[in-house]
Design a protein around this ligand. Structure first.
Ligand code: PMP
Length: 329
C-alpha cells in the first residue's frame, strides 16, 4: 500500500488496532473516549532508522517494555505481550512502505458504546492498543545536532513523582511538558528545562539532559522526576565504553550555566547540543568535543556500522516478510 502523504509528511496508511491492521482513515475514536477527558493514556516514541544494512528499529524491546510498565502503573491491561507488540510493530513497518519512521504505540482507556462509562474511575472502560507511524525528521531542527540550541529554565515545575509519576510515559504528563514547551517557544527558545519540586534539574519537555564537566558526564539520577530515557541509557553505556566517567546525581540549576558542555537526549531529539541556557553561553557556545565524540558513536550504532556496547541487540531489523526479524548490528 502506498504511504499517505499529508502536507509532505509521509504517514503509514496502516495502523495496528488491538491485534488487527486497519486503515489510517479508520483509526478514529469517540469524543467520549475516557483518555480524551481524563488523560488516561500511555505511549511510546520509537525510531526506525534506514541503516547501512536496511531498516532497523532502535531498542524496540526496551521501548515496548517501558510501554507495558507505564500501563501497569496505571492499572491498564493491554492483553498483549511484549513480544506480540514488538512483532506487530515490525510487521506494520513492513506493511507501511516506510524505510524510516517514528513509531507511536499508544494504550488508552476508551469507550464501550454498548455499556458507556463516563466517570474518572476508568476501570470500566475498555483498554485500546494502537500503533501508528510516520516519517519524522529532526525534532529540534536539522542544524540543531551540529550547532546546538538555545534553551531556558522553565518557570513551570516538573510533575512530582507521588502525584504524576514521571517514570510512566503517560499522556497526561505531557500537559506539564506542553506548558514548558509553549513557554520556551514563545520566549524565543527552542526548548525549556524544568526543575523538580526541590528546585533541582529534571529534564526538558521531551528530553533527558547531560552536562560535561572536566571530561566527566553528569545527568540527573533516576530518583529525580524524570522519564528513564532509553537514549539516556544508551548514552551512559556508550560513554562508559569510551572510558568517560558517568555520574548520575542531583544537579543544581546553576550547574547548567557553568557546564563545559550540555546536551539533550531523546528518541526524537537524538543527541542535541545546547549552546545557551537563559542567554548564558554554555562553554564555547557551540557543540563541544565530548558531545561530538558521543554523537559519532551513537550515529554509527544507529547506522549499523558498529555494534552496540557489549554487542547488545539494540537494532531489530525489519527485513522482508518471512525473514528472521531480530539481529545484532
Ligand atoms: N523525557 C521526556 C519527558 C520525554 O518525553 C522523552 C522522550 N520519550 C525523554 C525524556 C527521552 O526518552 P527516550 O530517550 O526514551 O526517548
Amino acid at each position: 500500500m502506498a504511504e499517505k502523504d499529508v502536507n509532505t509528511m509521509k504517514i503509514s496508511p496502516v495502523v495496528w488496532k488491538n491485534g488487527e491492521v486497519i486503515k489510517w482513515d479508520d483509526a478514529r475514536v469517540h469524543v467520549m473516549t475516557h483518555a480524551l477527558h481524563y488523560g488516561s493514556s500511555v505511549f511510546e516514541g520509537i525510531r526506525c532508522y534506514e541503516t547501512s544494512q536496511g531498516s532497523a528499529v532502535f531498542r524496540l524491546t526496551e521501548h515496548i517494555q517501558r510501554l507495558l510498565n507505564s500501563a501497569k502503573i496505571y492499572r491498564m491491561d493491554t492483553r498483549f505481550t511484549r513480544d506480540e507488540i514488538c512483532n506487530a510493530t515490525v510487521d506494520l513497518i513492513r506493511e507501511s512502505g516506510l524505510e524510516s519512521c517514528y513509531i507511536r504505540p499508544v494504550v488508552f482507556r476508551g469507550l464501550d458504546e454498548d455499556k458507556p462509562s463516563f466517570g474518572v474511575y476508568g476501570l470500566l472502560n475498555p483498554i485500546e492498543t494502537y500503533i501508528a507511524m510516520w516519517q519524522w525528521g529532526k525534532y529540534l531542527g536539522e542544524e540543531a545536532l551540529e550547532n546546538g540550541i538555545d534553551v531556558c529554565v522553565s518557570s513551570w515545575t516538573r510533575i512530582t513523582s507521588n502525584s504524576m509519576p514521571a517514570m510512566a510515559k503517560a499522556g497526561a504528563n505531557y500537559m506539564n511538558s506542553q506548558l514548558i514547551k509553549m513557554e520556551a517557544k514563545q520566549l524565543g527558545f527552542a526548548e525549556g528545562i524544568a526543575l523538580d519540586d526541590r528546585g533541582l534539574v529534571s529534564e526538558g519537555s521531551g528530553e533527558n539532559i547531560f552536562l560535561v564537566n572536566n571530561g566527566k558526564l553528569y545527568t540527573p539520577a533516576l530518583g529525580a522526576s524524570i522519564l528513564p530515557g532509553i537514549t539516556r541509557d544508551s548514552i551512559i553505556q556508550i560513554a562508559r565504553e569510551m572510558g568517560i566517567e558517568v555520574i548520575e546525581t542531583a544537579v543544581q540549576r546553576a550547574a547548567l550555566y557553568i557546564a563545559d558542555e550540555l546536551f539533550f537526549t531523546g528518541t526524537a531529539a537524538e543527541i542535541s547540543p545546547i549552546r545557551s541556557v537563559d542567554h548564558i553561553k554554555v562553554g564555547s557556545g557551540k557543540r563541544g568535543p565530548i558531545t561530538e565524540a558521543i554523537q559519532k558513536e551513537f550515529f554509527a550504532i544507529i547506522d549499523a556500522t558498529r555494534p552496540a556496547p557489549n554487542n547488545a541487540p539494540w537494532l531489530t531489523f525489519v527485513g522482508e516478510a518471512g525473514e528472521k526479524k531480530t539481529a545484532v548490528a
